[in-house]
Design a protein around this ligand. Structure first.
Ligand SMILES: Cc1ncc(COP(=O)(O)O)c(C=O)c1O
Length: 342
């Protein structure tokens, strides 16, 4: 099977498994795991931040950040399709007692004027606008990159109004490789950043939150409260370190393959690909009703040995990653006429 459902489906490579097997470990809840410590220092430095904290998932990373920045009754501004708002099971309300203020963006990018309009005046009747969350790249918008000028404008607004900023950088690696903008330059506009090792980078587990020392001290306590304190987690941190060292540069290959697939799909009548939104490794397309439902197309692709994700009624998502090679893309492109031609 060629699995294009998500970049989370990758399996550890032989080299990564060796690194895991050989990892030095200790009890990380006691701060004793040398490999976790090395990962935290390495990635915090890459992001230009004082400190880092290894956590089990991207969801936990975002939720610890929300918890650390806010108090119950606060409001968090984010884009309407943001993972932290749509795909984290209502966790900001559940875990932090905050309310979300979603703003519709274009390709996942919020206009600074809309963000400004969403900031509440200080008044006893209102929640306190506390935090702005951005997502880069933006998953639900199709792996789109948030322009650095937009980030800069929103940071200036946050500084003027006293709000804090968190970046859901689950795929910041992809934005960095797509634009050439240094990770630390992106991260420099945010009070906290989360990054994932288990997406395009191909590690089996793990994310990291980066911020200043005081923020990470508080975040460490919330990680314990949320049940994310792990013991000999060095075997996982070793996979993450291996992923950062060996799989970061190659993300450009995933982007090129997603672009080629998007181009091939767009040649068929009744298949609509927003080529402008195909900027990294995620590609959304929709199928006209004459061709069949998204579920039906997904089924037909499965019969050809190709897995993609249905977003009913008409949408389909395909994602390129470490376990999808050039010849797999050739195979997928060769199968398309069997699915889409009359
Ligand atoms: C943008 C973004 N943030 C956060 C997450 C959550 O990561 P996890 O599945 O590790 O909880 C995802 C997962 O796909 C994501 O796409």
């Amino acid at each position: 099977m060629i699995d294009l459902r998500s970049d989370t489906v990758t399996r550890p490579t032989a080299g990564m498994r060796r690194a895991m097997a050989e990892a030095e470990v200790g009890d990380d809840v006691l701060g004793d795991d040398p490999t976790v410590n090395r990962l935290q220092e390495t990635v915090a430095a890459m992001l230009g931040k004082e400190a880092g904290l290894f956590v089990p998932s991207g969801t936990m990373a975002n939720q610890i950040a929300v918890k650390t920045h806010t108090r119950p009754g606060d409001e968090v501004i984010c884009e309407a399709g943001a993972h932290v708002y749509v795909y984290e099971a209502g966790a900001p309300a559940f875990l932090s007692g905050v309310q979300m203020r979603p703003i519709a963006g274009k390709h996942g990018v919020m206009d600074v004027a809309d963000v400004e309009a969403a900031i509440r005046p200080q008044n006893v009747h209102h929640p306190v606008s506390r935090l702005i969350c951005l997502e880069n790249t933006h998953n639900r918008a199709g792996g789109t990159v948030c322009p650095i000028e937009n980030i800069r404008e929103i940071r200036a607004l946050a500084d003027r109004t006293g709000l804090r900023m968190h970046l859901d950088g689950a795929r910041l690696w992809n934005a960095h490789v797509a634009t050439g903008i240094p990770l630390a330059e992106y991260a420099g506009y945010f009070d906290s950043v989360s990054v994932c090792f288990s997406k395009g980078l191909g590690a089996p587990v793990g994310s990291l939150i980066a911020g200043d020392g005081a923020f990470i001290r508080d975040a460490r306590r919330f990680r314990k409260i949320f049940g994310g304190g792990m013991r000999q987690a060095g075997i996982l941190a070793a996979a993450a370190l291996y992923a950062v060292e060996h799989h970061l540069r190659r993300l450009g290959e995933d982007h090129a393959r997603a672009g080629r697939l998007a181009g091939a799909l767009s040649a068929f009548d009744g298949v609509d690909v927003d080529l402008e939104s195909v900027q990294t490794n995620i590609l959304f397309f929709s199928v006209a009703s004459g061709i069949g439902s998204a579920e039906r197309i997904v089924e037909r692709l499965r019969e050809q040995g190709i897995l993609v994700l249905a977003l009913p009624p008409r949408g389909i998502r395909a994602v390129t990653h470490l376990d999808v090679e050039e010849r797999d893309i050739e195979t997928v492109i060769a199968a398309l006429p069997r699915i889409f031609s009359a």
